[in-house]
Design a protein around this ligand. Structure first.
Ligand SMILES: [Zn+2]
Length: 127
């Protein structure tokens, strides 16, 4: 089954990395526009904000990483970190769940949502 899903920590990391590139890109536009001083300043500030935001995201990943559960992937046997009830392996994208009730079920991102958890709480037979 081709799964269009990747590990959450990896996803956030990719996002943070692309933010750095966007930041530099925006600053580069600022350099091109250096004849218009105020525009250059605006682009530089925007670029700087992207890079600052990216470091914040990196910091946030660090925090998430400490909370993530480290397990050995049953498929590729490499250590991976998962977030939430369901996540994918960092290496082979094998969907993994921590919840026994969800084992063998078709992978669905909805298992991570609050609505789903609440529906389990309100109706325990609906497992
Ligand atoms: Zn794996």
């Amino acid at each position: 089954m081709a799964l269009n899903y990747s590990n959450k920590i990896n996803k956030i990391r990719t996002f943070a990395l692309s933010l750095i590139f966007i930041g530099f890109g925006v600053m580069y536009v600022g350099i091109i526009l250096k004849s218009i001083e105020w525009l250059m300043v605006i682009f530089f500030i925007l670029g700087l904000l992207c890079i600052i935001f990216s470091t914040v995201v990196y910091f946030w990943i660090g925090m998430l990483s400490t909370k993530a559960v480290q397990i050995t992937c049953p498929t590729c046997e490499k250590p991976t970190k998962i977030l939430g009830r369901v996540d994918a392996c960092m290496h082979c994208k094998q969907p993994i769940t921590l919840d026994k009730n969800l084992e063998g079920k078709e992978f669905d991102e909805k298992y991570n949502t609050k609505d789903y958890r609440n529906s389990l709480k309100n109706n325990p037979n609906n497992k």
